[in-house]
Design a protein around this ligand. Structure first.
Ligand code: URA
Length: 422
């Protein structure tokens, strides 16, 4: 087989055969196909797309580049959730222990943040002592004993995706629905859960700003999961405004703990419960009411056990910023707009996020808002609080927030879950 033939075929709009796809993914993973040829093929896929059969083989080949985990020895149903990423999206933190407390194991292999969206591992690393890397034995042991693990994926999980994602990042080929769907689903299918719930975000702070694109991505991923034997559903959810009241690392951990303690912002509670219900339904446990389990305190117990099992101290004080800067409400009325992308960029510039994979992040940096969209504000009241360890970061963060806030006399209708896709 020759990479040039595969590139030419896709460039000219032909269907790739299963054999061609299996060969090119395997040969790229072990270094026989160089980056320049894979870049050309990715660009051809970007413009020509892939049909359902091609995409299924492409995804399976990415899974086959590593191992598909077998969690059957747990003797318990397993379910996971994946979000396409947003601002203030800390849902995994309360959700994993909640679902574990409902009797379903949650094997959550997570990533770090890049750009304006936060990463689950970065958030949890704000907890003193907590570590993201576990051995296979620790991972399985924790799933058995605690029922929930949130940790970094090992090198054996879809290694082709690590290489392809890094290449897409520098060749302008990230924004392709088949390439995104295969990237996400290869990792999630390889993780080995029985059921998967996808939270596909749409709006300014999302990867897919346009709702039609988000819907197409959701349908494509549900199709891939279902074909691979994983019961998969997707919720398309709003990311035009940030979730909850905080975006950053320590601030999002604090908010998640509030939710587990029975409080927290209404939208975070609503989405956590909606996703928990889907995860439970996916493994035939709709008889369990996650709202009751949350109220009982058992989800908090599972959280404490999950954090402690990974070396974290659930009672430790979270890092505090050296500098806080308050932005006041510009007028009296209803907060009609708080732009998710602007808040995400501000949190990133304050130090909560990274521009390159190897950059460090600040645990205490972030943005906190004192009113959510749809709520009343009074001119001059504190509206946003910017947290950072480095005052020199404030001007550029404030620049990102210019025009991000709208106050008016309108009523705002705010559906959070826009669509359910099966
Ligand atoms: N997240 C992934 O894991 N892959 C993509 O391609 C995009 C987002």
């Amino acid at each position: 087989m020759d990479a040039i033939d595969v590139i030419r075929a896709k460039r000219d709009g032909d269907r790739l055969s299963a054999e061609q796809i299996r060969w090119v993914i395997a040969a790229y993973t072990d270094g026989r196909v160089p980056d320049e040829q894979m870049s050309a093929l990715l660009m051809a896929v970007f413009f020509r797309g892939m049909d359902g059969d091609e995409l299924a083989v492409w995804t399976q080949s990415m899974i086959d580049s590593g191992v598909r985990k077998d969690l059957s020895s747990l003797g318990r149903p397993t379910a996971d959730k994946h979000s396409t990423g947003g601002v203030g999206d800390k849902i995994t933190l309360p959700l994993a222990p909640l679902v574990a407390a409902c009797g379903v194991a949650v094997p959550q292999l997570s990533g770090r943040g890049l750009g304006h969206t936060g990463g689950t591992l970065d958030k949890l690393e704000a907890i003193p002592g907590w570590r993201a890397s576990l051995t296979d034995a620790e991972y399985i042991g924790q799933l058995r004993d605690v029922g929930a693990v949130i940790c970094a994926a090992g090198n054996d999980l879809a290694p082709a995706d690590k290489l392809l994602y890094a290449l897409r990042d520098v060749t302008g080929t990230v924004e392709s629905i088949p390439l995104i769907a295969s990237s996400i689903m290869s990792k999630k299918i390889a993780e080995g859960a029985d059921a998967l719930v996808l939270d596909v975000k749409t709006g300014s702070g999302a990867f897919m700003r346009d709702t039609d694109d988000a819907r197409t991505l959701a349908r494509t991923m549900v199709g891939l999961g279902t074909a691979a034997g994983v019961r998969t559903v997707a919720l398309v959810t709003a990311m035009d405004r940030p979730l909850g009241r905080a975006a950053g690392n320590a601030v999002e951990v604090a908010e998640s703990v509030e939710v587990l303690a029975g409080g927290g912002p209404a939208d975070v509670v609503e989405l956590t419960l909606a996703l928990a219900r889907e995860m439970l339904a996916g493994v035939g446990r709709s008889d369990v009411d996650p709202a009751e389990v949350l109220a009982s305190g058992r989800a908090m117990d599972a959280w404490r056990a999950m954090i402690a099992a990974q070396g974290g101290d659930p009672d430790a004080a979270l890092p505090q910023p050296r500098e806080r800067h308050v932005v006041t409400a510009p007028a009296t009325g209803t907060l009609t707009r708080l732009d998710a992308y602007a808040v995400g960029v501000a949190a990133w510039r304050l130090g909560a996020g990274r521009a390159r994979k190897e950059d460090p992040v600040s645990a205490s940096a972030g943005v906190v808002w004192h009113a959510g969209v749809g709520e009343q504000v009074t001119a001059g009241q504190p509206l946003l609080e910017l947290h950072t360890d480095d005052a020199a970061r404030l001007p550029r963060a404030l620049e990102a927030l210019e025009g991000a806030v709208g106050v008016d006399t309108d009523d705002v209708l705010l559906p959070l879950v826009l669509e359910r896709i099966t």
